[in-house]
Write a protein that binds this ligand. Sequence first.
Ligand code: SAM
Length: 205
Amino acid sequence: MSLYANHVFPRLMEWTMRAWAPLRAEWLASARGDVLEVGFGTGLNLEHYPAAVTSLTAVDPSAPLPRRVERRLALARFPVRRVRASAETLPFDDASFDTVVTTWTLCSIPSPVTALREMRRVLRSSGRYLFVEHGRSDDPRIARWQRFWNPVQFRIGCGCHLDRPIDALVRDAGFEITRLDRFAQPGVPRLVGKFYRGDAVPGAR
Ligand SMILES: C[S@@+](CC[C@H](N)C(=O)[O-])C[C@H]1O[C@@H](n2cnc3c(N)ncnc32)[C@H](O)[C@@H]1O
């Protein structure tokens, strides 16, 4: 991994995401039981998990800013297991988790529907998938700009896509979305600022 991907980009990411802490806290408040977080990054969600969480399994193919992450892990109120793996091939048994979480991750996974099918497989039938993601705008003019800037974003955002239709991907993987909020985040350029916040159940298997 390059100096940019390992050191510069993760710091930039943390800096830009500071303002989104309230979104994390609000959405993760309903996480419970054994939680799988896919795309753990630098652990920015850790402090927002509620007391109902009994364990966290944190999956990411990379492990940036290790000292910063260790400090966050030391404060966790539940056991955390870190697994270096890719979401497309999750090394867990079927029905292993009560909650699956992704935040600003589906944009970067090379095969998002494959990854989502894996998340659905490892989720218990009574479980829930919680997500906060950015993706395709429903304004066709902005969506065209997103498509235009995708190749640039892919380079500077370490694999990030601007225009993924998050809700369609989640449904394509077999989830049933039980709540979906789509909103523009104030102060964030519309190109990246169209957020999808949702709650889904595994659907009929
Ligand atoms: C924009 S960062 C978001 C990090 C974190 N979820 C957060 O909210 O701060 C995207 C994350 O997705 C991870 N990622 C990329 N490809 C992945 C894959 N195939 N499986 C799992 N995670 C992946 C990246 O390593 C990175 O940590």
